[in-house]
Ligand binder design. Structure first.
Ligand code: GLC
Length: 431
């Protein structure tokens, strides 16, 4: 019943979205709302700043721009809640939001619905940025946002506990990870530590973790041409890793409620041996209040038969169609996304840079031991499905994965349902 409802909803909104996308002026011509004019105060709208870095950058800008002050608007931690608030704001055509910090997976949806405007790409050093990251900022070959932060999954692990158990290397496969957990849990130091967690609450983080498990077993959610192909043995082997891990206690029960921050707290409090997490945790877990300072390192994500595959994460800045001060917004994006700020972002908050040269910088690599592993994670990462109605696609993935992880459906049933839902959701996008 629920499945039927979801599909109907998905189709209904797919139709609405495609109509919106095709309506209006499709000649590529400019109308008043896409003109980059207007100077004055602006807002910077972003998900909760868990890194504590953003306000400092805004203060720097504000010190030099007395008549074009930027004010921070922080939205909730969950990517889905951020997306809904930004869309609700655009649908009321409100000018309260100027610069939007967009998750890389929203570009198609925000561009097709004209919630954000096309940007003059020749005014930005995009050729100095990682190519797959720049791709996330484009829709139908036009640039709609400017990369400021990339993201790749890492396996955080407790070096002290591995050492105490006589283990010298982090795991490359899921089986190795489970074996190491058993060894560590058999030691006095490790007996109360849970084995593994990631992000499994029903939100965007679950889409990321389910996609990574599927990709890390050789499966895909959508193929290179964008067609859903998730009802396969490979995808089942991937999702099964998570299902089995909940069943056998590799992932603690409460892991089903974890978003990034709950997992980070568990890791920092010393309650987790292995944690799939983004790079931002590195600085915080080595900071004030953490019980694991200097007691952890990162490794590539493990997979079924060898190293796993991360989902490509990150954020790009766009300008709301309804902003009154687009000229200021554009200048602010140039400032926020510049090389210097991007370097500070990784040094102070361990956020993944978007400039290629920062990954090659010897000085930085000495200072930041995670940087080269992070660079590889991003270089090998898979994008999530690039669809206009991304909101529907991600809900379908979350529904299926959550049903499998909580035992409401078998892995096979969940993947069959997901394949059907994604076929309906992407039907109007073929051609
Ligand atoms: C991080 C990633 C983003 C992803 C989100 C999921 O913020 O940068 O791409 O969607 O986590 O929780």
């Amino acid at each position: 019943m629920w499945r039927k409802k979801l599909s109907v909803l998905a189709v209904a909104s797919a139709v609405t979205l495609s109509l919106t996308a095709c309506g209006g002026d499709d000649s590529g011509g400019e109308d008043a709302s896409t003109e980059i004019t207007g100077k004055g105060p602006i807002t910077f709208v972003t998900g909760k700043d868990t890194s504590g870095f953003v306000q400092g950058v805004l203060d720097k800008w504000n010190a030099d721009h007395p008549d074009e002050q930027v004010r921070l608007i922080e939205l909730p931690e969950s990517a889905d809640a951020q997306r809904s608030q930004m869309i609700a704001n655009a649908q009321t055509e409100s000018d309260e939001y100027d610069v939007l910090n967009l998750d890389v997976v929203w570009t198609a949806e925000f561009a097709a619905n004209r919630y954000v405007i096309p940007l003059p790409e020749d005014e930005f050093p995009l050729d100095q940025m990682l190519e797959p990251v720049v791709e996330t900022a484009k829709y139908l070959d036009k640039v709609y946002s400017i990369p400021v932060q990339s993201d790749g999954g890492l396996l955080y692990y407790r070096t002290d506990l591995l050492k105490a158990a006589g283990v010298s290397e982090p795991p490359k496969t899921w089986d190795e990870m489970k074996e190491i957990c058993e060894k560590v849990q058999a030691t006095p130091e490790g007996k109360n530590v849970a084995c593994y967690a990631g992000q499994f609450e029903k939100y965007e983080g679950l889409t990321v973790n389910a996609a990574e498990a599927i990709n890390s077993a050789g499966g895909v959610i959508t193929d290179e041409s964008g067609k859903p192909n998730v009802n396969t043995e490979e995808a089942a082997a991937g999702l099964d890793f998570l299902v089995q891990s909940f069943e056998d206690g590799t992932i603690p029960k409460e892991g089903i409620t974890y978003m990034e921050e709950q997992g980070r707290r568990a890791f920092q409090e010393g309650r987790l041996l292995f944690h799939r997490q983004w790079p931002y945790q590195y600085a915080l877990a080595n900071g004030e209040g953490s019980k694991v300072v200097d007691k952890f390192a990162v490794a590539p994500l493990p997979g079924l038969d060898g190293p796993g595959v991360s989902s490509l994460g990150g954020h790009n800045l766009g300008i709301s169609t309804y902003s009154k001060n687009k000229e200021t917004a554009l200048e602010f994006i140039k400032f926020y996304s510049n090389l210097e700020n991007n370097r500070d972002y990784v040094v102070t908050a361990s956020q993944a840079p978007v400039y290629t040269e920062l990954y090659e910088d010897e000085e930085l690599n000495k200072q930041l031991p995670f940087l080269s592993i992070l660079g590889d994670s991003i270089a090998n990462a898979q994008p999530r499905p690039k669809v206009v109605n991304y909101g529907d696609a991600t809900i379908a993935i979350q529904d299926a994965a959550y049903a499998a992880l909580t035992g409401d459906m078998s892995t096979e049933e969940a993947l069959e349902q997901l394949q059907g839902d994604l076929e309906e959701i992407t039907a109007d996008q073929q051609g």
